[in-house]
Every structure is written in structure tokens, then in C-alpha cells.
Design a protein around this ligand. Structure first.
Ligand code: ATP
Length: 349
């Protein structure tokens, strides 16, 4: 195997089902032909209540040391831990892959396999606005060059790796100054990637077309609020908002990723915590994204496949209609992964 033989990662442990998700990830990591060294940071509510500054400082030191982090769900009491981390780490882009999961019922019969690259700052989300008298309110919408450049650069590099094209989407005809600037920057980045095709589509039209022809979209780059809407819409198409994972990235001036944090969709599920009931798929997908990002593409893709195959075989947790517990499902994914990795080695011989 040509890949490095160890991987260090920060692990941000949170609340509710967080511990069980972490146990599942550790069990899978043990199956990999790779030494995964987890560096846990306690971000539970208890710790954040007693010493918030130290908790987040430790998290920052850990991600800066290792470059990558896996984060499990955390309870939001007053401030959202996700927002604190985003601000501290200067995350400017969120990457949300959404792909059809065989075996998960959906009302949509097309096959979805799309990477949504969302600018994670600005848009209308930085400013809650203000009331003007009783009948009006205003807010400011911000589009800045640097995060547009970073999102576009990430999207084109990803598209090149996947051998596909990039679609940028916004309302550039109406929001001509703000979305016009976004599209202008994407075109500048596109000009540096002449081997990757690019087209711009109006966001409203794209929403209709992605439902009718999802296979026409593989990599989409878009400003903050459109990316937010599109991510949930795409998850609805695959029949689940809780099964995926996403990555948040910070960049250097050239558009290279410096820090990356991967986290499962879904919350802390306090109603089922500690009962061996939660579905760890999203956490395992977050781990698979982390492996791919860290250069272990073969292993990350094998894990992605193993989760899909396990669900497709009907070996699922109760939320997907199955009878397995968290540990049983993890064992099933682990067995499938072992089979996939053994097959690879056999082929490589
Ligand atoms: P939070 O406040 O952290 O968002 P919540 O319970 O309000 O917690 P979710 O955690 O998203 O919101 O849970 C919503 C429902 O989905 C709950 O009934 C929960 O048990 C279920 N659920 C969430 N995550 C999972 C999971 N990984 N596996 C199985 N069921 C889950």
C-alpha cells in the first residue's frame, strides 16, 4: 500500500449520542490498515458550562496541530458551539455531499450524487437587520471576494478530481451587485481551470432542474443562503436530512485548505442516547470524508461503499426500519469494509 501508515485527528466529543458515535468511528478505524490516532477534546455541555474558554482553546490547539477534526453533536444552550468553532477557525466554506442511499425510501426516483460547495459566511446571514418603525425592516447582504474565491477554488479542484464540471448558482440577474460579484469571481477562477467546464444557472431555475434531472449536477458552488436551502432540498430528494455529513474548511491566501472539520448531520438525540439505538452512519460518513481529505482516498471511498452496502442489504438501525443496535450496525459495516478492502488487496496482487 502506497499510503501513509498513520493519521492524527482531533476529535471533538459532544453530548447525547456523541459518545456512541465516537465508539462506532473508533471500531471502524481499528479495521483500517492505518494507525488512526484520535486526540479527543471534551466539548460536552458540562465542560463548556464550567470552563468555556479553556474548552474552545483546547479545541483550537488540537485542530491547529492536526489540521483535521471530527466533531460530534453538541447541545446549544446559549451560544452555538458550531458558531464559536466556525468563528475561531475562520471556516469560510461548507462542503455537503448528497448522494442517493440505496435502500432508503424516497419520493424521488432519480439518482442524486452532488457536492454542494456553500460559502459559509456573509449573504444575508451575518445581519439580523433592524426594524424601521413598525411597518418596515432592512438587513444588509454581504458578498466578499475572499470566501467566493476560496469556495470557487475548492469547487474547481474537486470537480477536476471527480472528472466533472462546475455549476455556479445565484440570482445574478436580480442581485446584480452582490451575486454579480460572486459570479465574476467564479469566472475568474474558472479561467484558471480551463480543463474544467463551468456554467452559471439562476438559482430558482436550478432548483426545478435538479429535481427533474439530478444527474446533470455533480459540483455546485453557491453563496451562503442558497447553499443552505439547496443542501436541505437535496437531502429531501434522497429521503433523509439526518443521514449525511458535511465538512467546514479554512484556507490560506491561495485557496488551499488549512483546517478541515467534519461533522455528521443531525443532533444530539437525547431521547435515545446511551441505549445502543442511534444510527452512526452520518458519523461514519464524516470519518470517510476526513479520510478522503487526508489523502486516504481508497480507504475513505471503501468506507463510504461499506455504509451504503450495509444499508442497502437491509442491515439497519431502527430509524431506517431495521432491528440492529448502534454496535450491531457498526459490526455489519465493519464486516462489509473488511470484505471490500480484502477484495482490493486481492485485485492488487
Ligand atoms: P438537538 O437539540 O441536539 O438537535 P433533538 O433531539 O432536538 O436534539 P435531533 O437530535 O436531530 O434533535 O433528533 C430528532 C429526532 O431524530 C429524535 O427523535 C432523535 O432520536 C432522532 N435521531 C437523531 N439522530 C439520530 C440518529 N443518529 N439515529 C437515530 N435517530 C436519530
Amino acid at each position: 500500500m502506497s499510503e501513509r501508515e498513520f493519521l492524527d485527528l482531533a476529535e471533538f466529543v459532544g453530548d447525547g449520542i456523541s459518545t456512541e458515535l465516537s465508539e462506532s468511528v473508533h471500531a471502524i478505524a481499528k479495521r483500517l490498515p492505518l494507525e488512526v490516532r484520535f486526540h479527543p477534546v471534551d466539548l460536552t455541555l458540562e465542560r463548556r458550562r464550567s470552563d468555556p474558554e479553556a474548552a474552545f482553546e483546547e479545541a483550537e490547539a488540537a485542530i491547529r496541530r492536526h489540521g483535521v477534526a471530527l466533531k460530534y453533536p453538541t447541545i446549544t444552550e446559549t451560544v452555538s458551539p458550531n458558531k464559536v468553532l466556525r468563528d475561531r477557525f475562520h471556516f469560510s466554506v461548507i462542503h455537503r455531499p448528497v448522494a442517493t442511499i440505496p435502500g432508503v425510501p424516497t419520493r424521488h426516483d432519480g439518482s442524486v450524487d452532488v457536492h454542494i460547495i456553500r460559502i459559509a459566511v456573509g449573504g444575508t446571514y451575518e445581519d439580523a437587520g433592524r426594524r424601521i418603525g413598525t411597518e418596515s425592516a432592512v438587513s444588509i447582504r454581504v458578498i466578499e471576494r475572499r470566501p467566493c474565491f476560496e469556495a470557487a477554488q475548492f469547487a474547481f479542484r474537486l470537480a477536476k478530481r471527480l472528472g466533472t464540471d462546475v455549476v455556479s448558482t445565484s440570482k445574478y440577474t436580480i442581485q446584480s451587485a452582490t451575486d454579480g460579484l460572486f459570479e465574476e469571481i467564479v469566472r475568474e477562477v474558472a479561467a484558471q481551470h480551463s480543463d474544467v467546464a463551468h456554467r452559471s444557472e439562476l438559482f430558482d431555475a436550478l432548483l426545478a432542474k435538479i429535481i427533474m434531472r439530478p444527474e446533470s449536477y455533480r459540483v455546485i458552488v453557491t453563496p451562503n443562503e442558497y447553499g443552505d436551502f439547496l443542501s436541505d432540498a437535496a437531502c429531501g430528494m434522497i429521503g433523509s436530512v439526518g443521514l449525511g455529513a458535511s465538512a467546514s474548511y479554512a484556507f490560506d491566501g491561495e485557496g488551499n485548505v488549512t483546517l478541515a472539520m467534519f461533522d455528521p448531520a443531525g443532533g444530539t438525540a437525547p431521547d435515545i442516547a446511551g441505549q445502543d439505538k442511534c444510527n452512526p452512519s452520518a458519523a461514519l460518513w464524516a470519518f470517510s470524508m476526513l479520510l478522503i481529505h487526508s489523502g486516504f482516498r481508497g480507504l475513505g471511498s471503501a468506507l463510504d461503499q461499506a455504509i451504503r452496502r450495509t444499508i442497502a442489504n437491509g442491515s439497519t438501525t431502527a430509524d431506517l426500519g431495521g432491528s440492529l443496535g448502534t454496535r450491531g450496525f457498526t459490526e455489519a459495516v465493519s464486516a462489509s469494509l473488511a470484505g471490500l478492502l480484502a477484495g482490493e488487496q486481492t485485485r492488487a496482487r
